[in-house]
Design a protein around this ligand. Structure first.
Ligand code: DGY
Length: 321
């Protein structure tokens, strides 16, 4: 295989960059700068592929301005809502993603958020760090157990299913909503809800795992949050724009929603400041896939897709039609 010229828009783990430079004429981003649109377009000149990430907003305008030489965009992520796939397809640019390899890491973070939110981990940790912990108190800092509770999963795909498997070990009953009901072996006993309202009514803990699409954006809003049982917990490891921040912040402030565990936000990293003052919000900075083994696997999977493309095989994770 010749070494096609490609642009890595962000710094990637050393083993991934080593493979990229071995097999491609790869321009790295060793300083890990966040390129402006103009910088990205300038660096894309004469490249045949972009190895991009969720921090690149590859909208229709950017795609229209990309050099003709770009034939494929491999995103280092499972989500591809940051790319206008239809605009890419219209320009005959193939888009690929990295499913599967971050499933376990993200499901672990969902469990961490569930436990952290339900047990008041953020407030408890702050009590220690700020020197406010006076003594053990029989009635102090009481959280909620997740054991035996109903876990409502919005989007029982790969990550939702991996979260469900972990939650079963806590004795949780799994409920879910998907556009289409899964085959019974994939359900593994999970209870299907044909409509979102019914799922919310049955969720002591709601964990969001659906993709961000026009149908799911702001699906967690004042109206749907009001359907949750009082004192429910909301967890989001999917995308920030699935949640209406004002509505969730109001529900957390009133205690109607007891706690939230959030790893993703609207307008990252400039999340709604309303979350910051809430002791019942357990917040993480988009750590779902943040382990070295997973980030390596994501990079290798993105390169596998580029290898497929440049050796004339159909890329296994093609998302463009
Ligand atoms: C993804 O891959 O879509 C994640 O959000 C990045 O961890």
């Amino acid at each position: 295989m010749s070494r096609p010229p490609i642009l890595l828009t962000r710094k990637l783990p050393p083993d991934v960059e080593a493979r990229a430079t071995r097999d491609y004429e790869a321009e790295l981003n060793s300083g890990d700068c966040l390129y402006t649109r103009e910088e990205l377009l300038a660096r894309a000149a004469n490249k045949e592929a972009l190895l991009a990430t969720v921090t690149d907003r590859i909208d229709a305008k950017l795609i229209a301005a990309l050099p003709q030489s770009i034939r494929v965009i491999a995103t280092f992520s499972v989500g591809y809502d940051h790319i206008d796939v239809a605009a890419a397809a219209a320009r005959n640019i193939i888009v690929t993603n990295t499913p599967d390899v971050l499933t376990d890491a993200t499901a672990e973070i969902a469990m961490l958020l569930m436990l952290g939110a339900a047990r008041g981990a953020a407030a408890g940790a702050a009590t220690i760090r700020e020197g406010r912990w006076k003594n053990w108190a029989p009635t102090g800092m009481l959280g909620r157990e997740i054991s035996g509770k109903r876990l409502g999963i919005l989007g029982l795909g790969r990550i939702g299913q991996a979260t469900a498997r972990r939650a079963r070990a806590f004795g949780m009953t799994i409920h879910y909503h998907n556009r289409k009901r899964l085959a019974s072996d994939a359900e593994e006993g999970a209870i299907f809800h044909e409509d979102v309202a019914s799922l919310f009514r049955s969720s002591d803990i709601l964990s969001i795992h659906c993709a961000s699409t026009p149908e799911t954006r702001r699906i967690v809003n004042a109206e749907t949050l009001a359907l949750l049982p009082p004192g429910a917990v909301v967890v989001n490891t999917a995308r920030g724009d699935i949640v209406d921040d004002d509505a969730l912040i109001a529900a957390l402030a009133s205690g109607r929603v007891a706690a939230a565990g959030l790893d993703v936000f609207n307008n990252e990293p400039n999340l709604h400041p309303g979350y910051l003052g809430l002791p019942n919000a357990f917040l993480l900075p988009h750590l779902g896939s943040a382990t070295l083994e997973t980030r390596n696997a994501m990079g290798f999977r993105a390169l596998d897709n580029l290898d497929d493309f440049f050796t004339g095989r159909p890329p296994r994770d093609r998302v463009t039609p």
